[in-house]
Design a protein around this ligand. Structure first.
Ligand code: NAD
Ligand code: TDX
Length: 335
């Protein structure tokens, strides 16, 4: 199988590339990534010399480049490429619409033109909006996105659905809860807490800290996508989640405790605009139809993740200092 992974230099994409090369050593993987601030080739050092793996720097909104790449015998496309950070979408929604909506449409057109076997859209539980204290998101929950990020992801999802209904494109959409694990960019909550705590910097907690997220270890997300690629019923949506709901303040306190850092680092700050109160995924369909089970438990997963950030301080300090962006400029120019 020849797999096109877009956004494979980001957090989940790079974990997925490594996971697939390990689980399916006979597959060819083409990783297409434009290397925005969030794309980091350092994540993929362990597979750089694997002959089954190729990296191409390209933007998913570039029709010519996407057609050129997809015309080279791609069987399956897995689209991870996206602008992914909610706070950034509040500051600059335009790039979110460009990559997450237009980029998806460009990939869908090329997938249709070159008749791929399957197109998988990696989406998020945030498209369903916010939950009250009870209930869970199922695949039938109406889309009610609240941030420019989630609205742009919902826009992408609706195009994927439409290409299936209108043109019969063989698609799946996956909607996963919050991921954590190695190689997550230090703007996201968990690596932000770890990196700031290690520097004895204040930890900004939005609002009352009681917003709830449903956390899943990144490798469990990868195994779910692997199953969807192979066994997902064409046209279906699959929710992915680990039944691990935690308040933000629980996460902050847990990490500070594990690092032996004082609770006085916690600083309550102004709430995020449009801040969704609670996410919770019902993953029954994935369990019953595809037999998926997460293997990482949250308490051990978070310990391992903290240890990973302790062992890879150079990785995140290079990102924070901008050295990595200097390298990208040097290596690729301003393209
Ligand atoms: P990330 O921001 O770490 O990585 C995104 C990658 O996409 C980067 O490597 C970036 O360079 C690349 N990219 C961005 N714009 C591009 C473009 N126009 N062309 C080519 N490449 C481009 O994001 P992530 O956290 O790894 O998320 C990956 C996917 O999973 C996203 O689609 C996101 O919506 C989805 N998702 C993420 C989470 C989560 O908790 N992080 C949960 C559910 C779903
Ligand atoms: O400094 C912070 N303080 C804080 O209280 C940050 C960065 C976040 N938060 C809160 C906001 C959220 O309630 O923590 C929670 C998690 O925030 P993020 O890490 O920004 O994630 P979230 O907004 O939940 O979105 C993530 O999960 C779903 C990913 O970024 C998305 O790409 C994915 O779709």
């Amino acid at each position: 199988m020849k797999l096109l992974v877009t956004g494979g230099a980001g957090f989940i994409g790079s974990n997925f590339v490594m996971y697939m090369l390990r689980e399916h050593p006979d597959y060819e993987i083409v990783n297409v990534d434009s290397l925005t601030y969030a794309g980091n080739l350092e994540n993929l050092q362990s597979v750089e010399s694997n002959s089954q793996y190729t990296f191409i720097r390209a933007d998913i909104t570039d029709v010519q480049q996407m057609e050129q790449i997809i015309s080279q015998g791609i069987d399956v496309i897995v689209n991870f490429a996206a602008e992914s950070h909610v706070d950034r979408s509040i500051l600059s929604p335009d790039i979110f619409v460009r990559t997450n909506v237009l980029g998806t449409q460009v990939l869908l057109d090329a997938a249709k033109k070159y008749q791929v076997t399957k197109y998988v859209q990696v989406s998020t539980d945030e498209v369903y909006g916010s939950l009250g204290p009870t209930g869970l998101f199922t695949e039938e929950t109406p889309l009610m996105p609240n941030s420019p990020y989630s609205a742009s992801k919902a826009g992408g999802d609706l195009l994927v659905r439409a290409y299936h209904e209108t043109f019969g494109l063989p698609v799946n959409i996956t909607r996963c809860s919050n991921n954590y694990g190695p190689f997550q960019f230090p703007e996201k909550l968990i690596p932000l807490i770890i990196s700031r705590a290690l520097n004895d910097e204040a930890i900004p907690v939005y609002g009352d800290g009681l917003n709830i997220r449903d956390w899943l270890y990144v490798e469990d997300h990868c195994s779910a996508i692997d199953l969807v690629i192979h066994n997902g019923k064409i046209g279906e949506v699959y929710n992915i989640g680990g039944n691990n709901e935690r308040t933000n303040i629980y996460i902050v306190e847990k990490i500070l405790e594990q690092l032996g850092k004082p609770a006085s680092l916690i600083q309550y700050v102004q709430d995020r605009l449009g801040h969704d109160r609670r996410y919770g995924i019902d993953p029954t369909k994935l369990h019953t139809e595809l037999g998926w089970k997460p293997v990482h438990n949250f308490e051990t997963g978070i310990k391992e993740t903290i240890q990973w950030y302790l062992n890879h301080q150079e990785w995140w300090t290079r990102i924070q200092s901008g050295t990595y962006q200097d390298y990208v400029k040097l290596q690729y120019g301003d393209r």
